[in-house]
Design a protein around this ligand. Structure first.
Ligand SMILES: [Fe+2]
Length: 170
């Protein structure tokens, strides 16, 4: 069932600036500089959960393109992707830009890092909102809605940690 809806191979943006790969690497890098034990645990937990989300998005893309060839990709405007990757899952943004660690920071400053993480969760949520405006396939949108909800929960958990960190320095 190749692209029976309006979303295309790229638009899930698995390796984009606000995608799941960047989220997982951001948190699993920053965890080492957290001073609070619950902060280390939170970043580790959410970082590994985001890797699980990366797998989910890769699975969606794989199912959507299973058995499809170059002509199908070209017909739906993603022939360039096919030339570089065929049916493979490659971490790139919705615009086709390959993943870069420049999308994330690790400042060895617990408060600066958590503030970045809260913004990252909101940007991920907004990206999923954008995907939901494009996709009309329930097999995709149901999963994207779930992933969107998780970003909201992560934002809340990081907010709780920020409150805890700030209360320590007052
Ligand atoms: Fe998240």
């Amino acid at each position: 069932m190749f692209l029976s809806f309006t979303i295309d191979y790229h638009k899930l943006g698995n390796g984009g600036p606000d995608g799941e790969l960047g989220a997982s690497l951001r948190y699993l890098s920053q965890r080492f500089a957290q001073t609070d034990k619950s902060g280390i645990a939170l970043l580790t937990d959410i970082g590994t959960e985001e890797l699980g989300h990366l797998e989910m998005v890769g699975s969606i893309v794989t199912q959507l393109t299973k058995g499809e060839g170059a002509k199908s990709f070209d017909r739906y405007g993603v022939g360039d992707y096919y030339i570089d990757h065929a049916n493979g899952v490659y971490p790139a943004s919705a615009a086709g830009v390959p993943f870069s660690a420049a999308y994330l920071q690790s400042k060895a400053d617990p408060i600066a890092d958590i503030m970045e993480d809260m913004a990252a969760e909101q940007k991920a949520r907004a990206t999923y909102d954008n995907i939901l405006r494009i996709s009309d396939d329930p097999d995709v949108t149901n999963i994207i809605r779930y992933l969107r909800e998780r970003e909201v929960v992560h934002f809340q958990r990081f907010g709780e940690l920020l409150d805890k960190l700030q209360s320590k320095i007052k």
